[in-house]
Design a protein around this ligand. Structure first.
Ligand code: SF4
Length: 266
């Protein structure tokens, strides 16, 4: 029986649920993971604010050595349906972890319009496997004049749509890992997200790429088809290339531009 780490550690298919045209919803379920309530934030308490930053840091410190499902469990218990998971669908480890805790958790996918067909097919495969409560978030017409590589493309196809999708939420979950980029090396498990005025939870922050690969293999998770073709970090097609063996997995993203972040996590 394997356990999650935590130190511990081709088609034109479109995902079924499109934001604004039919996000799937279903009854919620009780959290099943252990939880680590914060010292100053009681489960069921109304709102968390920037004033709770220190208390959130205490929660984060407690969760640092706990399984990722403990962080998800804390967030589900604390925020209930005011919590959403944003997933890039490069893999589905964070989805697998989250639905163990709450099978009905809302999962957001940002469809920039520039994803590989393989990514869209993978989203649909994962959605079907878990019967996900999936919301596909698409950009507004204001993004049309800004193709990939232009100044505002990531802002209008990722950052602003996520911001809209998270309206009314109190917290969001991500699959962010510290190893993803130097800019993420100090990412906490739980923190106050100043930009969105809500709590941000990174249950996999301490995981390595090997942890993720091992979990996916041990649990028989579906694998993004481009991973077998040398793509180790998968984003929009125009800015993603495969990497050579031994090359930094993220060298294939925005290669040669110096860009490390699209703005979702900065
Ligand atoms: S990676 Fe390229 S296409 Fe995707 S949102 Fe950013 S600039 Fe736009």
């Amino acid at each position: 029986m394997t356990t999650e780490p935590r130190s511990d550690t081709g088609t034109d298919a479109r995902p079924a649920a499109q934001a604004g045209t039919g996000a799937v919803s279903r009854p919620g379920s009780a959290p099943r993971a252990e939880t680590v309530p914060g010292p100053d934030i009681e489960p069921g308490a109304p709102h968390v604010s920037a004033d709770d930053t220190a208390a959130l840091a205490e929660v984060s410190a407690k969760l640092e050595t706990q399984p990722a499902t403990a962080a998800i469990g804390w967030a589900v218990e604390r925020f209930g349906r005011a919590l959403s998971l944003a997933c890039s669908f490069q893999d589905c480890v964070v989805v697998d972890l989250a639905v163990q805790v709450d099978p009905g958790i809302e999962v957001l996918f940002l469809d920039t319009g520039s994803h590989f067909p393989e990514t869209l097919a993978y989203v649909e495969e994962v959605r079907a496997r878990y019967d996900l409560n999936l919301t596909v978030v698409t950009p507004g017409p204001e993004a049309d004049p800004w193709p990939c590589g232009t100044e505002r493309c990531c802002e209008l196809r990722k950052v602003a749509p996520l911001h809209r999708a998270l309206q009314g939420r109190q917290a969001w979950l991500t699959g962010l890992k510290r190893v993803d980029a130097p800019t993420r090396a100090a990412a906490p498990i739980v923190s106050w997200d100043e930009a969105r005025a809500m709590v941000k939870v990174n249950p996999m922050a301490t995981w390595t790429d090997d942890d993720t690969d091992r979990y996916a293999a041990d649990h028989g998770l579906p694998v993004h088809p481009l991973l077998a073709k040398g793509y180790r970090s998968i984003g929009c097609a125009p800015t993603t290339r495969p990497v050579a063996p031994g090359e930094d997995p993220r060298a294939g993203r925005w290669s040669g531009t110096g860009k490390l972040e699209c703005g979702l996590h900065s």
